[in-house]
Write a protein that binds this ligand. Structure first.
Ligand code: LMR
Length: 328
């Protein structure tokens, strides 16, 4: 790994960007040994705000920060980039149908996939945060010829961290004592947070899952609908927790997952666990600092299988919709 990396953040003027950029500059994402060249990308109308954020980052006098630039042009922003955090996306507005949302975002991620393929570094790693994240990542990947499919990922680490937090609250365990939780499927309310293979201190997750009422009526819906609950409470979607999860995701991808644990990553399927090839689906995954590797061979019971199948069916429908629109 080189000792300087170029990081491009899209939607840089938004709330998630604001929460992520300072921590990236401080070394939380790539570690203390890596210097960072930061590129902030946003729409022309948001560039002024992104420049304001850049002024604040400058004022942090971060020791690891080598350069800081603001762009409204994707090709310039992705030129030579090693890590692309695709945070900016078109949110659903009033009266917008699902097809309109997929269409608006399809255009954005098609353009960004092409730009990444044309100008990014050979070792580029991409994390899509902007919703619908899994399908946006699929569109970007399909429009990036020459970039290996496994370099395109979408964020389910936020759901993974939410699952750890809820499991910790239920059992009284600290987050540090919880491992091997998995998020399967889509970053949406159909996702399946799975604790059957988890470890909570010296307890097996399967043992905790015996409390079926808690599992089915509390844990699973609380994790799957947490994003909506936050929007209802804050009046806007999660920002600092999403930024934190994006940083965790890239940190573990570049520096490796801890021994004996795994995390959750939405990755292009090679058919693992019967998920159709090419879908960007959340799986349990490890990294040795190079590529993500899906943890294979986990036993899935009927309860898990039905939920995973439902979430995968939603991903198939999203993929078919963007194909129909000509984006993939
Ligand atoms: C979240 O999980 O917090 C967000 O993806 C929710 C949203 O729709 O923005």
């Amino acid at each position: 790994m080189s000792d300087t990396m170029t990081v491009t953040v899209t939607g840089a003027a938004g709330n998630i960007g604001y929460a992520a950029l300072f921590r990236i500059a401080a070394g939380d994402m790539l570690g203390e040994g890596i210097r960072v060249k930061l590129r902030l990308l946003d729409l022309p109308g948001a560039v002024r705000a992104a420049e304001g954020t850049a002024m604040e980052i400058e004022d942090g006098a971060f020791a690891l920060l080598d350069s800081l630039d603001v762009y409204d042009d994707a090709r310039a922003a992705f030129d030579g980039t090693d890590i692309a955090l695709l945070i900016g996306s078109r949110p659903r507005s009033k009266g917008m149908e699902r097809a309109d949302l997929l269409s608006a975002n399809g255009a954005i991620f098609q353009e960004q996939g092409r730009a990444i393929a044309d100008v990014a570094s050979d070792r580029v790693r991409v994390l899509v945060v902007g919703n619908p994240a899994n399908t946006n990542a699929l569109v970007a990947a399909e429009n990036a010829p020459g970039v290996p499919g496994e370099r395109f990922t979408a964020l389910t680490r936020l759901d993974h961290n939410r699952a750890i937090a809820q499991l910790g609250k239920h059992t009284g365990a600290a987050a540090r004592d919880i491992s091997r939780v998995t998020i399967w499927g889509n970053h949406s309310a159909t996702q399946y947070p799975d604790i059957f293979h988890a470890r909570v201190g010296d307890r097996a997750g399967a043992d905790i899952a015996q409390d079926r009422d808690w599992l089915e009526n509390d844990f699973v819906p609380t994790v799957a609908r947490r994003g909506t609950a936050i929007i209802e409470a804050r009046g806007s979607s999660s920002a600092a927790s999403a930024a934190n999860a994006a940083i965790d995701h890239v940190h573990d991808w570049v520096l490796g997952t801890p021994d004996g644990d795994w995390t959750s990553v939405a990755l292009r399927s090679h058919g693992e666990y019967g998920v159709p090839e090419g879908l960007v689906c959340s799986f349990p995954a490890t990294s040795d600092g190079g590529d993500w590797k899906v943890v294979e061979g986990l036993d899935l019971g009927e309860f898990a299988r039905a939920r995973i199948d439902a979430s995968v069916a939603e991903l198939v429908a999203e993929r078919d919709a963007v194909r129909e629109l000509g984006f993939a």
